[in-house]
Design a protein around this ligand. Sequence first.
Ligand SMILES: Nc1ncnc2c1ncn2[C@@H]1O[C@H](COP(=O)(O)OP(=O)(O)OP(=O)(O)O)[C@@H](O)[C@H]1O
Ligand SMILES: [Mg+2]
Length: 549
Amino acid sequence: MSDLRAMLAFAAPQGGKLTLGAALLLVESAAALAVPWIGGLLTNAILGAGAAGPGMSFALAAMLGAFALQALVRFASSFLLDSAADRIVAGLKVRLYEHLQALPLAFYHRRRLGDALALLTIDVHVLGAFVSGTAVSIAPMLATAGGAVLFMFGIRPDLAILVAVFVPLFFLLAKIAGRRLRPLSIRLQNEEAGAVAMAEENLGMLPVIKTFTRERQESARYRAQIERILDLSARQRRVYSALGPLVQFIAAAGVVLVLALASGDLAAGKLSPAQLVSFLLYAQLLARPVGSLADLYGQTQGVRGSLSRLQQAMDEPPEPQGGGGVPLHRARGEIEFRGVRFAYEGRGPALDGLDLRIAAGETLGIIGPNGAGKSTIGHLLARLYAPAAGRILIDGIDISTVPLESLRRQIGVVPQHVLLFHASVRENIAYGRPEADPAAIEAAARAARAHDFIVGLPQGYDTVIGDRGVRLSGGQQQRLALARALFKDPPILILDEATAMFDPQGEAEFLRACRDTRGRRTVLLITHRPASLAAADRVVRIEAGRVCP
Ligand SMILES: Nc1ncnc2c1ncn2[C@@H]1O[C@H](COP(=O)(O)OP(=O)(O)OP(=O)(O)O)[C@@H](O)[C@H]1O
Ligand SMILES: [Mg+2]
């Protein structure tokens, strides 16, 4: 039931359209219910039995009118419902994207990126189609079925009761089929999400796949995944396609039975031909919604998988935006780690009681073996993760108390693994400030020793650098990332192996420039390179998550 409420919340903004669409479907039900009655009139007119009744042409016109109304209303309702579905899907996508973006990095370290993509591509559509399709058709379907039974009851109560007895039988069938369909459709959707995730990962890993010549194996792995989907949908289809004809046959058998029982009455004159025609048409009308009942049951079960996955993602708590504390304005840049302990999920300590003080304007070299916790220091300072114990202070203020945005404005990071956008050089450097002054962009590029190679690119600063910057060399990517961080001009700069791919000359130039601007900002210079350390005021060595004495 909470599932349903969550779903209604997603659909709420389209409530008006959905209600109107459902109301129109109810009108369509009414028109459909009029047809058998008009059929009775028509029978009378044909047999000339109802001399007192309306004539043939009236009955024909009424019949045509009922069909026209049905068509018109169906057009309007499907237009409304489809546009509501589009908007529900669009709204869900944006809300989900914003939520996914707000989740902490740890969320993505726990699972494949593709799983999140599958939510946006598959599950959102399943849910949207269900809300505007299956869900709104329930009431009109029940109205048609209920109305048909009622009218039949008016004509021949005993026969109507007999027909109504069939309905629970259909319910039972639908339930049995639904029980088989539910696990199938949940698995089917999981496997579809798995296929999206697999393709996403593999296409991103293409250079590795190609150089290790694993194309055949990866194709086989993907094919196996697609075949699992094929197999599950075949099994699902077997249930569906058996169910439809079965229900139809039972309904038809019911009509034949009614016909058999009524034929005696007709001879005895207890039932007029017009009544019989109406009755049969109502029975036919009843069979239709009852037939789709099983379908509806199956779909309701299927959508639950998508819904629970979406719900699970939406229930993940977003990154805490940080205390009601005062926002940090431009910091002086004094940093202190006090007894900081931290472990990544399911791992041993990455920082194990780290005590470290960095004066404002100091350039601190940080060295230490792989896995010592150097990058982790930067992650915690930018509050990408929260320490398990201890405190981190900037200018004497505990960073956990300040609004996250104001904290991150103070910090520029050149990460160990450079991440660039599929955009122009200019847009990458001025990231977040599209209106930036071209002169400032160029100054940042010069400071990062990137200007010379940039002007050599085909379109200079307007050259688009490809996905993650693939159209640049490793060192060029790194220089661009450095320019981006310098352009932000933060009081605290974390350079995590930021010159590791620089050629010696470029590195020497950059370090000389660093020395010139020394004191203007606090720099955490994480490096394995002795040359870089020359630019530092002081060097600390981190081992096993602590400062080595
Ligand atoms: N996202 C993560 N999830 C789990 N464990 C992690 C994660 N990132 C790092 N670790 C672990 O935390 C420890 C510290 O990692 P960190 O990246 O801080 O090392 P480092 O000193 O920067 O090493 P390097 O010199 O190789 O860059 C390592 O043992 C590493 O395996
Ligand atoms: Mg590192």
